[in-house]
Design a protein around this ligand. Structure first.
Ligand code: HH2
Length: 279
């Protein structure tokens, strides 16, 4: 339980990265699709994550994995609204959507954050989030999920992603979204090949240097499979290593499917960082 602003207060006063737990009320999400399609199952998963230490739970009704087909607005709302109804007031909730209409319904039902992988692609999104005093995650994606992994290429991936994110953050602020409720996210795996993902992870301090809190989603992603040889059906424990590195290098929020190892990784990373500063 917490007041509606508990998440933003935690973000402001954080000493370590916050953990965002992922609940996908979808049949086709890449790692947990189908597990939480029933509202009671999704709500139970969210409650478990909050108990395990998630500062916020991100609920999605549309898969954005590479190659995923888009779903219509009504379907997306039908998937997420019953879950939000069940969880209202219990924990800070985020809605993972690109559509302002879905975000509106979620904010009506108590969500405090919109996780928008299109960074305000829907022209209604920024005005809505501003009018509600909610927060927004602005993520970089090249193309759209259906096509984004078809030979993405960049000149200077870090410079391009950073310029995009800074422009979107200023646009959201101009539209009236409170500046301390805007987060940026380089969008690991969204229209990026392994070298792009690694360059963006390595550039985390540079991304964070502009003052916007950085959210990072590495959980179980295919770049980890490329590095470790673990297939999509296997455990990708590389997630925990990536979370620790992200937390060490200044990520504000880590978005994960499995909260306990992320929580522990963040605790270790923070202690390590503090010890390093005291050397
Ligand atoms: N990754 C996924 C979905 N949403 N949002 C942000 N801000 N950052 C991310 O890296 C990110 C995201 C993909 O993961 P998942 O939700 O598990 O899969 P799917 O999109 O297939 O539902």
């Amino acid at each position: 339980m917490g007041p509606p602003d508990a998440f933003f207060e935690a973000l402001r006063s954080r000493e370590r990265a916050l953990v965002m737990g992922v609940v996908n009320a979808t049949p086709d999400s890449f790692s947990d699709g189908g597990k939480a399609l029933l509202p009671d199952d999704a709500a139970a998963a969210a409650r478990r994550m909050a108990a395990e230490g998630a500062a916020i739970v991100d609920l999605g009704g549309e898969s954005t994995r590479p190659g995923a087909a888009p779903v219509d607005e009504a379907t997306e709302i039908l998937r997420v609204a019953p879950v939000l109804e069940r969880l209202r007031g219990e924990m800070p909730l985020s809605i993972d959507t690109r559509r302002a209409a879905v975000a509106r319904r979620a904010l009506d039902l108590g969500a405090v954050l919109v996780n928008d992988v299109s960074a305000g692609g829907d022209p209604g999104m920024f005005p809505l989030v501003a009018a509600r005093g909610a927060g927004i995650v602005l993520m970089h994606m090249r193309g759209d999920p259906a096509t984004m992994q078809q030979a993405p290429s960049y000149g200077d991936v870090v410079a391009e992603v950073l310029a995009f994110l800074l422009e979107r953050a200023e646009a959201a602020a101009r539209a009236g979204v409170p500046r301390d409720r805007i987060l940026i996210d380089p969008g690991i795996g969204f229209g990026k090949r392994l070298p792009h993902n690694l360059a963006l992870l390595a550039a985390l301090p540079r991304l964070a240097a502009h003052g916007w809190p950085v959210l990072l989603g590495v959980s179980r992603k295919s770049f980890l499979g490329e590095l470790t040889g673990r297939g999509s059906g296997e455990r990708r424990d590389g997630t925990t290593a990536a979370v620790a590195l992200a937390a060490f290098h200044g990520a504000a929020v880590v978005r994960v499917h499995d909260v306990p190892p992320a929580r522990d990784a963040v605790a270790v990373a923070q202690a390590y960082r503090r010890a390093l500063l005291e050397l």
